[in-house]
Structures are given as C-alpha cells and as structure tokens.
Design a protein around this ligand. Structure first.
Ligand code: ATP
Ligand code: MG
Length: 655
C-alpha cells in the first residue's frame, strides 16, 4: 500500500481524559497490574491463558493441554478438560451468593420480578428437565425466539446445562429469517412465547413462529411456548407445549452434563450488515473464559454491581454480557423488556435509578437517539449509583461520546468503548477503566492476551507510530469462533483466506495513532477512495455530527468520473427535517463545516436530509443499502430485516 493509499485518520481529536482518581483507587486493575498482565501474556501467550482458565473456571476434569493448533486455523483450547457453563454460572455461587439477586427484571408495563442465584438455579434445572422430557440431549440444537424476559436467560442456561446447543434468533426478526436459521442449524426444538411487549405493542412471536414452521423447518419436532402476553394465539396440541404446563412440575435438581471444553455452547448468526448471515459457532470453555475475564477487566465487575447491558439476548452482546459473563462472575444483571421511550423519553434513566444500576452498557445508536431527545430527561433522575459507562456495536462519534461523558457521566465516569465482534466472542480492544486514559472515538488498546496488528494490503504488519490498514489478530485467543456451522470452508475463506492463514482478518479498517490507540474506521468495504485518498466513512460522519444541527449521519461513496468516488451524505437533523431553500442553505453550511474539520477533499458532493437512517435490528446503519440509493440503483435488496423499511423511499428522495 503506497503512502497515499494508507488509510489516514484525517479527523483530529486531541482530547484525552485521564482515568478518574476515585475510580483508580478501587479498581481491580490499575496501570501496574494491567502492565503485569500484558507482560505475562507477552512472555507466554498460551501459558497466560492456561493459567487464567485454571484460576477462573470450575472444571470437572482439569485440562492438561492448553492450545491444540494441529489443525490451525481451526484452533482448539483446553481440549481434554471437561466442564459445564451453567454450573459455572450458577452452581458455584450457591454457597456464598445463594441469596444474592442474579436477575432484576422490569417489563415495559412496569411489572418486575427478581431471582436470587438459588431461585435462578432451581428454575434453570426445571427448564433443563423439561427439555430432557421433550427428548433434547447433548449436541441437539435448540432455537430460542423470545422476548427479553428472564425465561430467555433460563432457556439459554438450561440448554447449556444439558449440553444442548442454543441458537437465539432475535425476536424482531421475521418468520423467514427464523425459518432460515432453524433450517441451517437443523434445530429439533424451538422455544418461543405467545408474544412480547415493545413500544406499547405486542410482538407476535408465536404467529411468526407458526409462519416459519409452515414454510419448512422439517427437523423441528416440538415448540415450547411461554405465556407472556396472554393474548390469543394458535396452538397445535400435537406439536406445541406450554411452558407453564411442563416446566413447573419438573424437579429443581438437574445434574449438569459435563462436556468437553470444545463442545459447542451456542451458534449465533451474525447481524448480517454485510451479507448472508453466518452461523458463528462458539465453544464452552474458551468462550466462557473470554466472557468472564473481560467482565472483570473492562467492566471492573464486582459483587455489589448491578450491571445493565441493554443488548437483547439475540445479539452476541446479550450472550456475553447479559447471560454468561456477569453470571459467571456472580454479579446482578438487569433485564428490561421494552422500548427506551415508553412511556416517555426518560424510561432508561428511570430504570437505572430505580434499580440502582452501577454499570450501563449500550450502543452508539441508542446514545445518539437519547442525545437527540435532550438533556432534560436524564437530569430528572438520580443516576448517582452509576460508576461506569460502556459502548459497543459501531464506532461512537466523538460528539456522542462527549454527550455521554458530560450528561450521563457528569464528567466523572469512565467510558469503555469496546470493539469486538460476534466472531471474537468477547471484547478485544477497550480501555481498562482504572488504567487507560480515554480519547473520544477511540477504543484505545487491545486487552491482555489479544494480539492486534494493522497490516497493509500485502499483509505486511505496519509498525509505524501512525498506521492505517486492516485490523488483524495474529494469535489465537480462547473465545474465538471455532467455525461457521456447516461451512468450515467459508470460515477459512472469510477470516483467514486473505493473508494465507497468517492472521484472523476482522473485516474492519483501523488507524493506530502515535500513542498506540486504535480508531476503528468502519468496514473495509466502507472506506472511500476520493481522488486517491482513502477516507473512513466514520470520520466524515463524525465531522457532520459535530455540527449542532446534526443528530446522525451516514456517509457512502458514489462512483465519480474524475475523483473515483465522491462523498454522499445522509443527514438526520436534531429538529425538523429541513426542506427547500432551508435544506440547501444547511447543506452548504455542513459542506463548509466538513471542509474545516477535515479538509476540502472530504466535503460531501451531495447531502440528503431524512427523518431517519436505515438500521438493522441491532441498530447498525445499513450502508450497503445507502450505497445503492446513492448510486440511484433500484433497491433489490431484502429490506424486511430493517427496523424501519418505510424510510427507504424517503432516503431515495421520493418523498
Ligand atoms: P455481519 O458480520 O453479518 O455483517 P455485523 O458485523 O454487523 O454483521 P456484529 O458481529 O454484531 O455483526 O458486529 C461486529 C462489528 O461491529 C465489528 O466488525 C465493527 O465493524 C462494529 N463494531 C463493534 N463494536 C465497535 C466499536 N466499539 N467501535 C467500532 N466498531 C465497532
Ligand atoms: Mg461482521
């Protein structure tokens, strides 16, 4: 990659926020302890992880071999050890933490339920016994299609308990998406609910499940149905089983099924922002170790924390930081079923106040949406218990970071901007809150035992102090995906093929600055090439969002005869969508603003204002679709998995 093609960070962000002294004084990891971990990992990468696995996990049969790389890049960890994930999350807390709350739950309508570790353990055992009664055993796949209620976590834990492999399909997905995933996984059982509550409406889960089953799903024998909403749903007595009829009568004892460390704990299909979803397969031992250690390092998780990760269990974030990591650490998790703005825009902050939330972990899309609703809402609530804030899912624009820092964090709380993927299983790059100063928009530095590098197009590692290129991981790590379900060829090609199996290629482009801090610039496909200069879409978006009139922006490239590509920006304003002369005026102002922030090169050739952006159900901007719109192509892509398919017309300038 020549110098001019090197992906440069063109947006200057000089603000640095030191760790707060109050936080450092009680942190699990301060700078010295973090340095010791890094040093240990650098000395002996495999030994480092082996020691942690012995210390943190409860093994029924201890492992003797840490890493088996004989079939690399299909790596295997702790292979001859045996354990059970549910025993690690529940049974081992029964002594000291039996009466401590494991789950605090609040529904959209305000209904609440709490479970202590002892109660959760008993419930999980009952569900596990019910699964056995339905003929499910070790290695069988179980698809879970449920609302964000405690029973979703119980279902996951129950599968883990008997060695069944769960695959969660997000409750917002359509019947077709559900059918595709059931068939790809070859699932024998579906666990669903009559419906869920969201935005004052009922999410028709059972109806969608019935549709999916009518379209195929031949491997499926039974459907276990939780009564959540109580509204009328079709019920096929030969196939469907009510949760309340089978679960309560089961014994609250169920011995865990000990499984090999490599036994698949779950499959999870990626969100599909970049194409056909992949069934990512995770292991038991390695995955759980990653989820646990990152809870301790990144979230500084301790016994008295109330940890609220707002992600749905349908996403990897909900697996690692709702269900597995925090419970394995013995913390209290908060689960909320509904929308953030019901009955009003203060709901999230009211929940945080009422439940004494100490750690709050959400996505940039939510932060930008909450920011757009104004500062008055969070100010009405007592958020004094909060001690740590987190972000995941997309690059967080410095502007949104500053809002989070000022308005929610009162300029006191550390923010952890965590970079990772469904495939990585757990957080890879993130500040350690008691040890690493933060910079708005940067996920800072890799965690101990995570070997990240930047490489150029030839696959050569860039060692400079100012490097831009592909983000790769050069050594295996325990929570890495093991394969793509039913498609190891695709696993090899997608993640390892590009540089002849030398590195795991994340698919993101990044820039590393002179302090060794990483700035994620977006997907490799999203990088623009304007007159020979490579620009990350993220930076132009952040420049736009730094203007007070702008709430959100998405930038894509459009082929241009002279420049190669030109910049096309979709902009959402904080107030009403401007039209006519007002829109023209604002577009000019924003072009000049980007020119000042980054340079003339990055000025959008076209700016289109809209009420919203096309988002995947996990809240990510669907740039693939915007690229087609910018090119003026007819939209042939499937928009049914969008959260707001109606917006496509407006974005295409037809409204
Ligand atoms: P698919 O792989 O099917 O396209 P997806 O990549 O959107 O779906 P996820 O695994 O949920 O599915 O998302 C991981 C991606 O999210 C990362 O590759 C990165 O692009 C982005 N991402 C996650 N966290 C951050 C972060 N803190 N900063 C920047 N980008 C992030
Ligand atoms: Mg991805």
């Amino acid at each position: 990659m020549s110098e001019s093609q090197n992906i440069k960070s063109v947006l200057t962000e000089d603000r640095v926020f030191p760790q707060s002294a109050a936080f450092v004084s009680q942190a699990r990891l301060d700078a010295d302890r973090l340095a010791a971990l890094h040093a240990a990992a650098a000395r002996d990468h495999v030994g480092f992880w082996g020691d942690l696995a012995k210390k943190e996990l409860g093994w029924q049969t201890p492992f003797t071999r840490v890493l088996d790389d004989s079939q690399a890049p299909n790596y295997r960890w702790f292979t001859d050890g045996k354990l059970n994930a549910s025993a690690n999350c529940l049974d081992r807390h029964l002594g000291a933490r039996g009466d401590k709350l494991a789950i605090r739950f609040e529904g959209e309508k305000g209904d609440t339920r709490n479970y202590t570790y002892r109660q959760l353990h008993a419930e999980v055992c009952r569900v596990a016994n019910a699964l056995k009664a339905l003929g499910i055993g070790k290695g069988d796949r179980v698809v879970i299609y449920m609302p964000m209620v405690p029973e979703a976590v119980m279902a996951m834990q129950a599968c883990a308990r008997i060695g069944a492999i769960h695959s969660i399909v997000f409750g917002g997905f359509s019947s077709t998406a559900l059918k595709d995933r059931i068939e790809d996984a070859g699932a024998r059982l579906l666990i669903t609910a009559d419906g869920g509550h969201r935005g004052g409406q009922i999410v028709e889960l059972k109806r969608a499940a019935d549709d999916a089953l009518a379209q195929g799903c031949k491997t499926l024998d039974k459907v276990l149905v939780l009564k959540r909403t109580g509204h009328d749903v079709a019920f096929d007595a030969r196939r469907d089983v009510w949760w309340h009829e089978i679960v309560p009568k089961q014994s609250e004892r169920c011995d865990p099924q000990w499984v090999e460390s490599e036994h698949p704990l779950f499959l999870l299909y990626t969100s599909g922002s970049t194409g056909k979803p992949k069934g990512i397969q995770h292991s038991t031992g390695g995955y759980l170790l990653g989820a646990m250690t990152t809870c301790q390092w990144v979230f500084d998780l301790r016994d008295d924390d109330v940890f609220w990760c707002t992600a749905d269990v349908g996403w990897i974030t909900g697996h690692s930081y709702v269900c597995y990591g925090p419970l394995a650490c013995g913390a209290t998790i908060l689960m909320y079923e509904g929308a953030p703005t019901v009955p009003d825009a203060g709901r999230f902050w009211k929940i945080a106040q009422d439940h004494g939330v100490t750690i709050f972990y959400t996505a940039p899309t939510a932060i930008r949406a909450l920011m757009r609703l104004g500062d008055d809402w969070p100010k009405r609530y007592d958020l004094s218990k909060l001690r740590l804030l987190g972000s995941v899912g997309e690059p967080i624009n410095p502007e949104a970071w500053m809002w989070y820092h000022k308005v929610i964090g009162k300029e006191q709380l550390p923010i952890v901007d965590t970079w990772w993927q469904t495939e990585t299983g757990s957080i890879m790059i993130s500040p350690i809150p008691g040890a690493v100063p933060t910079k708005p928009g940067s996920c800072t530095k890799p965690l101990p035992g995570i070997a990240v590098e930047v490489v150029d197009e030839a696959g050569d590692v860039l060692t400079g102090k100012d490097a831009g290129g592909y983000l790769v991981i050069t050594k295996p790590w325990p929570s890495m995906l093991r394969t793509i379900w039913n498609d190891n060829e695709r696993y090899l090609k997608t993640y390892w093929g590009q540089f002849s199996n030398r590195y795991y290629v994340a698919g993101d482009s990044t820039h590393r600055d002179e302090d060794g801090y990483y700035w994620i610039m977006g997907r490799i496909d999203d990088v623009l090439n304007v007159s020979g200069h490579r620009l990350g879409t993220m930076e132009i978006e952040s420049a736009l969002v730094s203007h007070p009139a702008v709430a959100e922006a998405a930038v894509v490239g459009r082929p241009h005869e002279i420049k190669g590509e030109s910049v096309f920006a979709f902009v959402i304003c904080r107030g009403e969508r401007p039209r006519g002369a007002e829109a023209e005026q604002l577009a000019k102002t924003l072009r000049d603003h980007v020119g000042r922030e980054i340079g003339a090169l990055a000025k959008p050739d076209e700016i289109r204002f809209a009420d919203n952006l096309p988002k995947t159900r996990s809240g990510k901007i669907m740039r693939r679709l915007l690229r087609s719109i910018a090119k003026g192509e007819e939209i042939t892509q499937d928009v049914s998995t969008l959260e707001n398919p109606a917006i496509v017309k407006q974005l295409a300038g037809q409204d």
